[in-house]
Write a protein that binds this ligand. Sequence first.
Ligand SMILES: Nc1ncnc2c1ncn2[C@@H]1O[C@H](COP(=O)(O)OP(=O)(O)OP(=O)(O)O)[C@@H](O)[C@H]1O
Ligand SMILES: [Mg+2]
Length: 239
Amino acid sequence: MIEFYSVAKEYHGRRVLKDVTFQVGRGEFVFLTGPSGAGKSTLLKMLFRAERPTSGQILVNGMNVGIMPHGRVPELRRSMGIVFQDYKLLPTRNVFENVSFVLKFLGVPMSERKRRAYQTLRLVELHHRLSALPEELSGGEQQRVALARALVNDPELLIADEPTGNLDHRLANEVMKLFAQINVRGTTVLVASHDMDLIRSSGRRCFTLDRGRVLEGLVEAALPPQAQGKRDLPVHEEL
Ligand SMILES: Nc1ncnc2c1ncn2[C@@H]1O[C@H](COP(=O)(O)OP(=O)(O)OP(=O)(O)O)[C@@H](O)[C@H]1O
Ligand SMILES: [Mg+2]
C-alpha cells in the first residue's frame, strides 16, 4: 500500500530525510514516531503529494506519487483520509459542513451526506455540535471534527498527523479504538505520534525516524529524554 525506496527530502538545500526505505502492507495499522523536527509531517505530506521527494521513489497503491501527473493528484487524495497536525478546518463552515464537504464535492445527495456526517460525528462524540463553528470548539473538539472529516469518505488509507495531540487520555484511547475499528473494516492506517505510551500499549508495528532514516520498531534512544519511557527498556524495543 505504501512503499518508500531510498527517499531523500531537502528544503532549500537542507536535508530532512536522507535515506528512507520502508513498506506498509494493505490493511496494516502502523505508527511513525521520532523527535520533533525529524520529518514525520514531511514524510506524510509526500504521501498525498503536498510535498515531493528530492530523490527516491514513493508508491501509494502502486502509484508513483512523486512523479505522477498533477491531474491525477485529486484521484490519489480521494482514496485517502487525512488528519492534519493543525486540523485545517474551514473557519466559516460549521461542523456538519466541514465534515460533509468532501461528500458534496463527490456529488453525494444531501440526505445521504446528512446521514453519513451524523454517523461519523457520533463516532467522535460530536453529533450534538453539528451547527457549531470551529472557533466555538475546544482544541480537542476541533481535532475530533478533523478526524470525522477524514473518516466520512471511508478511505482506503487513513493518514493522521498527531491525531491525539490535543486530547485527554480517555479521548485519545477512544480515538485509537476508532482507528482500530476503521482498520478492521479494511482501511490501512498510518499514524504519526509522539505518544510513546499510546504506541507501546497499542502493540502495533512502529517506525522511528532517526537522523533522516527510518528504523523499524519503537527506538527510544532516538527520542528526547522527556519522551522516553521511565521503564528500563532495551534500546531497540520492537513492538
Ligand atoms: N515548508 C518547509 N520549508 C522549509 N523547511 C521545512 C518545511 N517544512 C518542514 N521543514 C523543516 O523540516 C524539518 C522536519 O519538519 P517536520 O514538520 O516534517 O517535522 P516533524 O517530525 O513533523 O516535527 P513535529 O513532531 O514537531 O511535528 C524541520 O526542521 C522543519 O523546519
Ligand atoms: Mg509534525
